[in-house]
Ligand binder design. Structure first.
Ligand SMILES: Cc1cc2nc3c(=O)[nH]c(=O)nc-3n(C[C@H](O)[C@H](O)[C@H](O)COP(=O)(O)O)c2cc1C
Length: 201
């Protein structure tokens, strides 16, 4: 294995999520390079269904207010503690990237494949952020699937949201979680229906 390939593989093998983030978040040319990784996501039909919305500065407060409104719309009895936690996270994360989906249900490419391409874009984004030395976590929650909230952000049906990426610098450089072994998730096909160690109770 060549040196640069080993570095790339080590990066893939060491990424993990964290929401314990502080400034700085990437910006300028560096941010554009990181974001460009989504353009390497596999994409049947070249539909490029992923959309990235950058939220920083004061706009985070407006986003947090919309998040709270969505939570109350979904559940008028939502506990105040939950609201407070969500509001604080959305209004203070160094950078939030909303991952939107620009979907074409009438296209010959099945909708699930369009959504999978957006998911692949999200994974590339997480890996690119990690490779560049930043920390991130992909979060969703019921607000992600609130069509009113999605429309407010610019994704009216049939479009929608795939989630939110909290981005910044990890407060703890050693935050990385232990990587689990892959063996329970892999099997060899011998002509019979497969089963996995991961599915055994
Ligand atoms: C589509 C999607 C939505 C997610 N939503 C949440 C969420 O709302 N809250 C949360 O704690 N983790 C959520 N996760 C999981 C985290 O992003 C993360 O993967 C998990 O905490 C495990 O950490 P790891 O990436 O280090 O393995 C989501 C993951 C995906 C792919």
């Amino acid at each position: 294995m060549k040196k640069h390939e080993k570095i790339a593989l080590d990066s893939l093998l060491s990424r993990s999520s964290t929401d314990d983030l502080t400034s700085p978040a990437p910006k300028g040319d560096e941010l554009e390079t990181i974001l460009s990784a989504v353009m390497r996501a596999p994409d049947h039909g070249k539909l490029r269904p992923w959309r990235l919305v950058l939220v920083h500065g004061e706009a985070r407060v407006t986003l947090a207010e919309r998040v709270v409104a969505s939570m109350k719309r979904i559940d008028p009895d939502v506990p105040e503690k939950k609201i407070e936690k969500r509001y604080n996270r959305f209004s203070t994360m160094p950078l939030i990237i909303v991952l939107g989906m620009h979907l074409k249900p009438e296209d010959k490419i099945p909708l699930i494949e369009q959504e999978l391409a957006v998911g692949a874009a999200g994974m590339n984004l997480l890996n690119a952020l990690h490779a560049a030395g930043y920390g991130a976590v992909w979060v969703s929650g019921e607000i992600t699937y609130d069509p009113v909230f999605a429309a407010e952000l610019g994704f009216p049906a049939p479009h929608g949201l795939a989630g939110f990426f909290f981005v910044g610098t990890p407060k703890d450089e050693d935050h990385h979680s232990k990587r689990r072994p892959v063996a329970p998730y892999v099997t060899e096909w011998t002509g019979e229906p497969v089963s996995f160690g991961a599915d055994k109770d």
